[in-house]
Design a protein around this ligand. Sequence first.
Ligand SMILES: Nc1ncnc2c1ncn2[C@@H]1O[C@H](COP(=O)(O)OP(=O)(O)OP(=O)(O)O)[C@@H](O)[C@H]1O
Ligand SMILES: [Mg+2]
Length: 235
Amino acid sequence: MAHLAVDVTGLTHHYNTTSTQPILKDLSLTLDKGQTLALIGASGSGKSTLLNIIGGLEPVQQGSVSVFSKPLQSADDAALTQLRRNTIGIVYQSFNLIPTLSVTDNIKLPMALDGVARDEQRTRIEQLLEKIGLDHRSNAFPDALSGGEQQRVAIARAVVHRPALLLADEPTGNLDATTGQQVMHLLQDLVAEHNTTLLMVTHSSTVAGYADRVLTMSDGTLKEHSEHASSANTW
Ligand SMILES: Nc1ncnc2c1ncn2[C@@H]1O[C@H](COP(=O)(O)OP(=O)(O)OP(=O)(O)O)[C@@H](O)[C@H]1O
Ligand SMILES: [Mg+2]
């Protein structure tokens, strides 16, 4: 369906371990273009697993997953790589910044892979560094940055190629309330600017409060959640 950014139907997922219980059980989810969805749920419930499958990082074992009408279960590695380069941005739970690259070069990488012209690369990096308040740290390496600074660089890197779908795994995890709020405002601005579809995992009810919809992962499936507060922490 053309208005859907994400369409998951009957998704079941096992990891290759001794446990016979699937992590995801016949899970279905649709996400409209431009929508912001927060995913909450207990640690180990499968939130990152779902995000990784939608991001093409983990294979679809059973069921179907489409991103902007492209079915991932029938896509080969080259098609999945292409989709990640052009269409998807991922903020990883543990940042995954490249330690041997400076802040500028970390942010530049997705644009280089996506074939953005050099002048345009420079302009976007300058604008993003200013937005995340790190213009003075552009030449620093990740291990010289605080956790919050690394998180902001990870967000800049995930949005710099203007992905239509942004997947953010705990974008404010490990941040204090003030920094967390700054990061959320940054994400909101970026999403509004390009009508990006945002799927974020969070333990925070404050972060969930920014979303159009909140779903809870429980027993391998998703439940619509009307009150934000009950199963999440404040930060
Ligand atoms: N690569 C893997 N191989 C085997 N088991 C895995 C793998 N990744 C995750 N798991 C298991 O799958 C379950 C779901 O993990 P997942 O990372 O999706 O949870 P989560 O909801 O993101 O948790 P958290 O809130 O702690 O980040 C856990 O029991 C985890 O141990
Ligand atoms: Mg996780």
